[in-house]
Design a protein around this ligand. Structure first.
Ligand SMILES: N[C@@H](CCC(=O)N[C@@H](CS)C(=O)NCC(=O)O)C(=O)O
Length: 141
């Protein structure tokens, strides 16, 4: 978990597979805060877009959010890099940009404690209302 290393490839916006739920918001907020260019591709989970083969090729657990990073750090090798699970995406973006990732081991541990607590609880969607997310905070979306 060191500083971001620059890729050699030209910049191309990140694809964000998104629907406006708390998990979707988290990744959209992170992209904004990191100042990364991205384009939003809606995944209407109410209509079953998450089960389309082209989306499952990116997010095999049929859940959004997911991203495709077309300009990953050089160590990831050639070609676009799909990332699913909001926690993995947040950490990927933090490492890519060197933002929100403490340099000290203690800082990294604390960041993962807080991020992990928020990320292991999926949001629950009932009748189109977002009932719960993250630390268990009741939500109305
Ligand atoms: N652990 C996953 C949870 C993502 C998740 O629960 N996504 C929901 C919407 S918030 C979803 O796509 N549900 C579609 C489905 O279950 O078919 C993450 O953090 O990314």
């Amino acid at each position: 978990m060191g500083r971001a290393r620059r890729s050699r490839r030209p910049n191309k916006p990140i694809d964000l597979y998104y629907w406006p739920t708390p998990n979707g918001w988290k990744v959209a907020i992170m992209l904004e805060e990191c100042g990364l260019e991205y384009r939003t591709i809606p995944v209407n989970i109410g209509k079953g877009d998450q089960f389309k083969p082209e989306f499952l090729a990116i997010s095999p657990n049929n859940r959004m959010p997911a991203i495709v990073d077309h300009d990953p750090l050089a160590e990831f090798g050639e070609g676009p890099l799909p990332v699913f699970e909001s926690g993995a995406i947040l950490i990927h973006l933090a490492e890519k940009t060197g933002r929100f990732m403490p340099q000290s081991r203690r800082g990294q541990k604390e960041m993962l404690e807080f991020a992990g607590g928020d990320l292991t609880v999926p949001c629950i969607v009932l009748d189109g209302e977002y009932i719960q997310s993250g630390w268990g905070t009741p939500l109305r979306g």
